[in-house]
Design a protein around this ligand. Structure first.
Ligand SMILES: C[S@@+](CC[C@H](N)C(=O)[O-])C[C@H]1O[C@@H](n2cnc3c(N)ncnc32)[C@H](O)[C@@H]1O
Length: 225
């Protein structure tokens, strides 16, 4: 039998999902087990006060969005608006996205992941999303053809992300400028108003893509396939 070439990311230190406890008061939202096969499920990581999540869900009633925010005061502002606006295809989650995704999300179940203006982590680049072993786990949760959309106002963050996307994660990707009239998130509004350039990187999971977590799921998660 011909041996498959090992992708670069499979030579990196592997993430260890079994070592992560579930977030406090963790429950799997009913939507995860009840979602119909033809309804796309999307994730937003670091949703802040939920500006993007609320408008995306409102504009895309045929899609389900799970938006996760770790910081309590931001999440509370987000949750308040989500309750007021009563958008039934939006699930606002207060948790660390890493532990939450490990315990809630099945392999190959997500159509798109938004990471909009993540913390820059300039002094701790190991914590930038594309530098983390967790990124391989995140890719295992994407469907084939699924996308990760990353936006930032920090050129060095974008340069590194684009380099990692190609060289380590072997993902087809496109980098472009965010239009100056875009106002998806509070941070985007702030940066563009200051005249800063914002970049966006869209990465796509190609057919035949393999990770070391394709068959791994937490005990409470049903594997969809
Ligand atoms: C710079 S803010 C951007 C917020 C929002 N996306 C925006 O553009 O307005 C980054 C956010 O990511 C959140 N965050 C960082 N790491 C996280 C994690 N592991 N899980 C969930 N949220 C996280 C932070 O709490 C913070 O609110």
């Amino acid at each position: 039998m011909m041996q498959q070439p090992t992708l670069s990311h499979q030579k990196t230190r592997a993430f260890q999902p079994h070592k992560l406890s579930a977030p406090r008061d963790f429950i799997v939202p009913t939507i995860i087990n009840e979602i119909e096969d033809n309804v796309p499920l999307l994730l937003e990581i670091g949703a802040g006060k939920g500006k993007h999540a609320l408008s995306f869900a409102t504009q895309n009633p045929g899609k389900q969005l799970i938006a996760i925010e770790r910081t309590r005061n931001k999440f509370e502002a987000f949750a308040k608006l989500a309750t007021q606006q009563n958008v039934d295809n939006l699930n606002a989650i207060h948790a660390d996205a890493i532990a939450w995704i490990v315990h809630a999300i099945a392999p190959r179940s997500i159509a798109k992941i938004f990471i909009l203006y993540p913390n820059p982590e300039q002094h701790n680049p190991n914590q930038q999303w594309l530098n983390m072993p967790f990124f391989e786990f995140l890719l295992s949760r994407l469907k084939v053809g699924g996308e990760v959309v990353l936006a930032t106002n920090i050129e060095a963050y974008m340069d590194n992300a684009a380099q990692q996307a190609s060289a380590v994660w072997c993902l087809p990707n496109i980098r472009h400028h965010v239009p100056i009239d875009s106002e998806r998130t509070h941070f985007e509004v702030k940066y563009l108003a200051r005249g800063e350039t914002c970049w966006e990187l869209t990465m796509r999971k190609p057919e035949g893509y393999k990770t070391r977590f394709d068959d791994w799921h937490a005990s409470n998660v049903k594997d969809k396939i």
